[in-house]
Design a protein around this ligand. Structure first.
Ligand code: CMX
Length: 130
């Protein structure tokens, strides 16, 4: 049971126009853009080497719109790819870590689960198993 790599870094943006910055100066282009209605968010994945930048634009009231209101644009979460998401969650649960998702759910990139920032030193952590 271990972390494989930084799968992506989620950045909350007010508008997907922010994609232009990555495109113009860093030659990074969104490989896909999609809407995730149940998370009230529109996402774009921009591949950078082994990892990705995920731009998150709110689609109505939800976790991302609340984050933007309180903290403004910026890093919203870090996603770590793990080789055994169920085992990782079970060991965290046993240790009393605050889990937002006790069981993995289906995300855009495979099985995902969120861990609360209060247990990780202030970072919203996403676990991903593609
Ligand atoms: N990173 C770091 N800290 C965060 C945070 C974030 N993204 N979001 C909230 N916090 C902090 C707040 O600053 C606040 O801290 P204080 O108590 O010190 O003030 C605390 O967490 C509670 O914040 P809140 O605004 O009241 O937010 P909620 O408790 O309502 O929700 C969270 C926070 C993380 C539980 C919720 O956003 C959540 O469940 N997130 C997981 C799902 C998600 O983020 N989906 C969108 C992305 C989907 C995708 O990438 O596919």
């Amino acid at each position: 049971m271990k972390a494989v790599k930084v799968h992506h870094i989620g950045i909350a943006v007010k508008n997907m126009e922010r994609e232009k910055f990555w495109n113009q100066f860093l030659n990074v282009k969104a490989e896909e853009m999609k809407e995730i209605p149940d998370q009230k968010v529109k996402i774009a994945f921009l591949p950078v080497g082994e990892t990705k930048i995920e731009l998150l634009e709110p689609l109505g009231e939800g976790a991302v719109s609340k984050f933007l209101e309180k903290r403004g644009e910026g890093i919203h979460h870090i996603a770590i790819e793990v080789d055994d998401i169920e085992g990782t969650l079970a060991s965290m649960k046993e240790a009393g870590i605050a889990l937002i998702d006790e069981n993995p759910r289906q995300g855009a990139e495979g099985k995902i689960a969120f861990v609360h920032p209060k247990s990780t030193g202030g970072i919203l952590l996403e676990l991903v198993q593609p």
